[in-house]
Design a protein around this ligand. Structure first.
Ligand code: NAD
Ligand code: GLY
Length: 377
């Protein structure tokens, strides 16, 4: 690799949160570099939390880099359906059996599911111990590992139990993405596309030219997409860590998307797929309210399609079920639903200024696709 390529594919960003600031290292071959962990591990005990898909791929490399510490690993069952309080409890039991103390460090090695679970265990074990994020999916590298949202699902609602708790560092090793399947790569693109739509029109236009390169795993395009996504996320989190205001914009498509994931029992649609359909639904509703042009709606639909993502909800969720599931959304205030809606590409708002009947009409009339829509693999 030339020096120029090296510069473009390895970078460190910062999430600026005063004395809780932390770096996001993005690049190739990071997980085996001891010096990247060392500044963020304050005691002797290090526990890697991972799952049974990621462990055979990357656990040995991570443990080798941590050979100066007392290490052990806890391997979770894979999948969104295991993102539960019971799984967190199994981590507490493991940590207690290991006599983990307050200076212990947890390392989340995996996608967003492992990251969210491990982060919540770190936030709550003995009232909070250090943790490091090693995201190994595109979605986790561009979104979930950054910003400190941790937690688990409840059968009545997605991500309903959790805490804001920032990691000490994020190591996004882009080479880990080589083992990810194409459907998961597309799922990550849903969150990447989100940043362009809500606040970064130049990035949206860059994506027009580069979604196909990302799907081909072209290293420069991947690194640039991760960098620009993390820059956007770091800026929003630094300005509004606890989601009192603008951070809610990062939830474009998520109110509908979370309802889809909950209705489908967490598993048959990937998070990014549900968010993609939800993003189209939010945009369609914005268009029906007269806020976003039909040209912008078509543009956004085309971008999601380029990323090989679904743009319509599944057939078996009624408008009534959507309304019930969305009533527990975390943006609801005084029983009033607030949605992230679009004014134009690059400009989103959070609003409750809409007629509920119009929303129900959109939910009743929007085209549906089969629940088992043809995945791209
Ligand atoms: P995931 O964690 O389930 O990972 C997807 C699949 O890929 C899993 O089967 C996983 O084991 C496997 N995998 C992970 N890394 C791999 C690799 N390098 N090679 C091969 N397989 C690999 O799903 P995800 O899309 O990473 O994350 C989705 C979760 O993230 C959802 O629960 C969502 O709610 C959460 N999320 C959280 C935030 C946040 O701010 N905390 C933001 C967005 C999403
Ligand atoms: N993924 C939404 C957020 O971090 O706020």
């Amino acid at each position: 690799m030339s020096n120029a390529d090296q510069i473009q594919t390895e970078i460190t960003l910062k999430v600026s949160l005063g004395d809780r600031s932390y770096p996001i290292h993005i690049g190739e071959n990071l997980i085996d570099r001891q010096e990247l962990y060392q500044p963020y591990i304050h005691g002797k005990q290090v526990f890697v939390i991972t799952n049974d898909v990621v462990a055979p791929l990357y656990l040995d490399k991570v443990l080798a880099a941590l050979s100066n510490y007392e290490t052990n690993a806890f391997i979770l069952a894979d999948g969104e359906s295991h993102k539960t309080i019971e799984t967190v409890n199994s981590i507490y039991t493991f940590l207690l059996e290991q006599r983990a103390n307050r200076s212990a460090t947890l390392i989340a090695l995996g996608g967003g599911v492992v990251g969210d679970i491990c982060g919540f265990a770190a936030a709550s074990y003995q009232r909070g111990i250090n943790f490091i994020q090693i995201p190994t999916t595109l979605l986790a590298q561009v979104d979930s590992s950054v910003g400190g949202k941790t937690g688990v699902n409840h059968k009545l609602g997605k991500n309903m139990i959790g805490a804001f708790y920032q990691p000490q560092a994020v190591l996004a090793d882009t080479l880990t993405l080589n083992t990810l399947d194409d459907r998961q790569l597309s799922s990550g693109l849903a969150e990447i596309i989100k940043y362009g739509l809500i606040r970064d029109k130049p990035f949206a236009h860059w994506l027009d030219e580069n979604i196909s390169n990302i799907l081909k795993r072209e290293p420069i395009a991947l690194a640039e997409a991760i960098k620009r996504s993390c820059e956007n996320k770091a800026q929003v989190v630094a300005a509004d860590e606890l989601e009192r205001g603008q951070r809610a914009l990062l939830n474009l498509g998520h109110t509908f998307g979370h309802a889809i994931e909950t209705a489908l029992n967490y598993g048959s649609w990937l998070h990014g797929e549900a968010v993609a359909a939800g993003t189209y639904m939010a945009a369609l509703f914005s268009n029906q309210l007269g806020w976003i042009s039909s040209a912008d709606l078509d543009y956004l639909e085309n971008q999601l399609k380029l990323a090989k993502l679904p743009t319509r909800p599944p057939e078996n969720i009624s408008a009534e079920q959507f309304m019930q599931l969305m009533a527990v959304d975390k943006k609801v205030i005084d029983k009033k639903l607030r949605l992230v809606l679009l004014k134009s590409i690059g400009n989103a708002i959070v609003s409750d200024e809409f007629d509920q009947e119009k929303l129900i009409h959109m939910l009743e009339t929007i085209e549906r696709i089969p629940t088992n829509f043809a995945p791209i693999n």
